[in-house]
Ligand binder design. Sequence first.
Ligand code: GLY
Length: 383
Amino acid sequence: MIPENEQEWLNAAISRLTVKMEWVSEKSKHKIPYTTVNGTHDDRAAVNPSGAEADGINWWTNGFWGGMMWLMHHETGNEKYKAIAAISEEKLDRCFEEFYGLHHDVGFMWLPTSVANYRVTKNPASRKRALHAANLLAGRFNLAGGFIRAWNDLEEGDTRGWAIIDCMLNIPLLYWASEETGDPRFKQIAMKHADTAIDAFVRSDGSVNHIVEFDPEHGGVVRTYGGQGYEEDSSWTRGQAWGLYGFMMSYIHTQKDEYLQTAKRIAHYFIANMPENGIIPVDFRQPAERRLEDDTAAAIAACGLLEVAKAVGKHEQRLYADAAVKLLKAVDKRSDWSQASDGIIQYGSGAYHTPAHHHTIIYGDYYFMEAIFKLKGNDLYLW
Ligand code: GLY
């Protein structure tokens, strides 16, 4: 999939990744990082929660460090990465006891940790953890609306009817649970959620909403929200990337053509809005005078584009693969490959309206790594 003239860049990027991970993995082996503080990884597992809902061990990104370790183990065969991945996975057991802080993001947490471990080693304890998480996710399904509820009640109000596009990356946990147990219930819930998402989230131009509120008693869309993007009807780029890669994941597990076509529609919208330099804004519809950027969106979109490229015929695939290479080269160029930062990407953004922007975020590093190994043709598919 990589054009011949880009092979040298890809080899160099792989070498940068392996050199960096060799020392960062040792330095942060007992942490579950989310970001960096003065260049050093923080540790979400060490955050002392002030209440059961606090963003400590239950924080939604706590699976990505373990996932990076599994990708590195697959790439290098080095057993140390497997051992470090197990540290994260075991720490996450505390979430099942605390329970209250968990929501639909159990997919993000246990796919790259326990499901990855089980896929590679057949460890029965990992299978048990992943099935436990899948049951928690299935339990969030709203029958009247045909959607999986996203978050728990937020301070600002009632979220019983809220679903978010990001959930497309959580439902592969349900596909895995059906594949593993032979029980179709999990897959039925995942497909119902995906079918609802096509109608409720994906707009006619291929852009997607971040949050959709359904009537939790009777179903039906009540309204949409801008969520982590600029405003309602804007186009939060990480949300576009979640939609693009997420529908591809549903296609990979089910082969339902509508999911592939939906991913392609979102991909066409994304490619049409990509700036010439390949640097992705936080929102494709943000005000021109505020130039906020988000390399996490670029890395996630690159993963989705590469999966679309694999799924379509050889005449079609260049469009998607070339767009992915452009995104990854732009991210690579402004990442920190030195020992000054434990993080790789430096231009992540949590949300348009948060005060902090252009900082390290663990899932930016994770998806960049996944995309690079996909391009090489040697990724361990964790979703
Ligand atoms: N899933 C939340 C986010 O993308 O920030």
